[in-house]
Design a protein around this ligand. Structure first.
Ligand code: COI
Length: 355
């Protein structure tokens, strides 16, 4: 059971879906639940969205002990919304929790809390194609303690944002460059977990990329600086000749749910797919020989985002004339058609919710 604390006055909703952007508008409510060793996860509640009440000594501020997730709710009609593979998000959150010494949550129970909140927040779900309500669950360490240990108490917080595409130009290909100086993650570290630390340490590089006119950077492995890992907010796939190649999951790459879905779709559609190590030399070699046909990212926020240009060691490699390619378009269409209920949900990926 989740209790509900109604707000006195509802917020003003954006006048047009066109003004949404990504992650700047928050709905009327959020979900909270607390954890103590004695009570476990308890007191789940839907409360007005607003500031959280932690003391400066709370461990989240000092040692970054936190995990988060990202999923979306899609408007289908007045009585129906869809979630896309929500159980996968909570499965991944529990894997991240395990790494960060955070107590696990019950995926079924927390999915039900989200569904209850969505029923209340249904008028916030954008109706336009390509727009959705982004759902951001997170868990933060709340013990007041400056000693470096795992916290004993935690809070689960889930907020909701009506969103358009992650990149400002929608499905227009983005430019990225291969990062040379900074490193993202190393095997044995937290690269596979969705935790604030991975993103905090990427910000310097992200800022430099944006200043130089690039959307994000392409990370190489932190040890040899040889193998491709992922892009700032998405996994990455390459079409080389007639094969889709993507870096294998190796402990330092985020196991993306859109990545897994895209791979399953690609295989089912008959594309040749390889999950393996791919070196930057192999990629650039293929680009020089005209064999690099497409590059695209996959992610909940990014969906399927084509890459139109890669900068590496001072040379600009333009991919598919800077346009989205047929493979990316095919996968984008099938994934979004499934999410928005326009085609049969062959894989049982969609959780249909009556509202
Ligand atoms: C997502 O795709 O949901 C993410 O969490 C990526 C990013 C916005 C950090």
């Amino acid at each position: 059971m989740i209790r509900f604390e109604e707000r006195k006055e509802l917020k003003t909703k954006p006048a047009k879906d066109a003004e949404l952007g990504f992650g700047r508008i928050f709905t009327d409510y959020m979900i909270l639940a607390d954890y103590t060793p004695e009570e476990g996860w308890h007191d789940a509640r839907i409360v007005p969205y607003g500031p959280l009440n932690y003391n400066p000594g709370a461990m989240i501020f000092h040692y970054g002990q936190s995990t988060f997730e990202g999923l979306k709710a899609y408007y289908i009609d007045e009585h129906t919304i869809h979630l896309f593979r929500p159980e996968k998000n909570f499965e991944r959150m529990n894997n991240s929790n395990e790494r960060l010494c955070i107590p696990k949550i019950d995926p079924k129970e927390f999915t039900e809390y989200i569904i209850e909140a969505l029923k209340i927040e249904k008028d916030w779900i954008p109706k336009e194609n390509g727009k959705s309500l982004y759902i951001r669950p997170m868990i933060v360490a709340t013990d007041e303690c400056l000693g470096v240990h795992a916290s004993k108490t935690y809070q689960f917080v889930c907020m909701f944002c009506p969103v358009a595409s992650y990149y400002k130009n929608g499905i227009e290909p983005v430019k990225i460059y291969v990062e040379h100086d900074y490193k993202r993650a190393v095997k044995g570290g937290t690269g596979f977990a969705k935790t604030a630390a991975n993103y905090a340490q990427s910000l310097r590089s992200q800022e430099e990329a944006e200043l130089a006119g690039y959307a994000q950077v392409l990370w190489l492995d932190a040890i040899e600086r040889k193998y491709i890992e992922e892009v700032g907010s998405m996994n990455i796939m390459f079409v080389i000749d007639d094969t889709v190649v993507t870096p294998e999951l190796n402990g330092s790459i985020l196991p993306g749910i859109t990545r897994a879905s895209a791979l399953e779709l690609l295989r089912d559609k008959g594309y040749k797919v390889e999950e393996r190590k791919i070196s930057i030399d192999e990629l650039i070699g293929a680009a020089k020989e005209g064999r690099l046909k497409e590059v695209f990212g996959t992610g909940t926020a990014a969906v399927i985002s084509p890459v139109g240009e890669i900068l590496y060691e001072g040379t600009h490699y333009v991919i598919n004339d800077g346009k989205i390619g047929p493979v990316a378009q095919d996968i984008y269409d099938t994934i979004t058609d499934t999410q928005y209920g326009r085609i049969e949900d062959k894989y049982n990926w969609v959780r249909k919710i009556r509202i």
